[in-house]
Write a protein that binds this ligand. Structure first.
Ligand code: SAM
Length: 189
């Protein structure tokens, strides 16, 4: 079984958006407890690699193609570590299920969620190879359109997906950006 029900969301996004393939290098942001990691690990197979990052420690998956690290994606050093780890070849997909601690205050939760989604998108620009794809979770609200517009120039297209496995009452959706148009953007280091 999967460690988290959210695994089914990634499965559904993968089915509708053709995301994960054998041999891929996938970076999973906000990966604890590891449901998406399990799905990605199966999909990329022995020849692939999945790298998971979370604030929380992730219990080892015991699969050789999966590696996890504890880190904060809002910190530069975590992003630097990822750039080094992924290296020149670039990642085939960056997937983010990161979510803030919910306060119940709609506009605050929305703003924090967009902030995390933007961190994931900016990280993706640093490590994604040409043709690569991105998935980021975001809670619906007024700042979503801006984020989507920021992403559009870098990809063949961006669409918004709401998998059936998402709870009815949840305002979450996923921005799926397909086909990175250029190579990794050089960061100013
Ligand atoms: N996709 C996961 C799975 O299938 O098991 C579930 C992810 S859970 C919905 C969201 C995760 O985002 C939490 O584990 C949380 O610790 C992580 N997160 C939130 N902010 C983060 C940050 N700044 N850096 C890294 N991870 C973060």
């Amino acid at each position: 079984g999967y460690r988290a029900r959210s695994a089914y969301k990634l499965k559904q996004i993968d089915e509708s958006s053709d995301l994960l393939s054998e041999g891929d290098t996938v970076v999973d942001l906000g990966a604890a407890p590891g449901g998406w990691l399990q799905v990605a690990s199966e999909a990329v197979g022995e020849g692939g690699t999945v790298i998971g990052v979370d604030l929380q420690r992730i219990k080892s998956l015991e699969t050789e193609n999966t590696e996890t690290v504890r880190g904060d994606m809002t910190h530069d050093r975590t992003r630097e570590w990822l750039r080094d780890r992924v290296g020149e070849g670039g990642a085939d997909a960056v997937i983010s299920d990161m979510a803030p601690n919910m306060t119940g205050e709609y506009s605050l939760d929305h703003a924090r969620s967009v902030h995390l989604a933007r961190q994931a998108f900016e990280t993706a620009l640093e490590i994604l190879g040409p043709g690569g794809d991105v998935v980021v979770k975001v809670f619906d609200g007024p700042e979503l359109a801006d984020l989507r517009e920021e992403m559009e120039p870098y990809f063949q297209y961006v669409k918004s997906v709401r998998p059936e496995a998402s709870r009815e009452e949840s305002s979450e959706q996923f921005l799926v950006a397909k086909g990175r148009l250029t190579g990794p953007v050089k960061s100013g280091d």
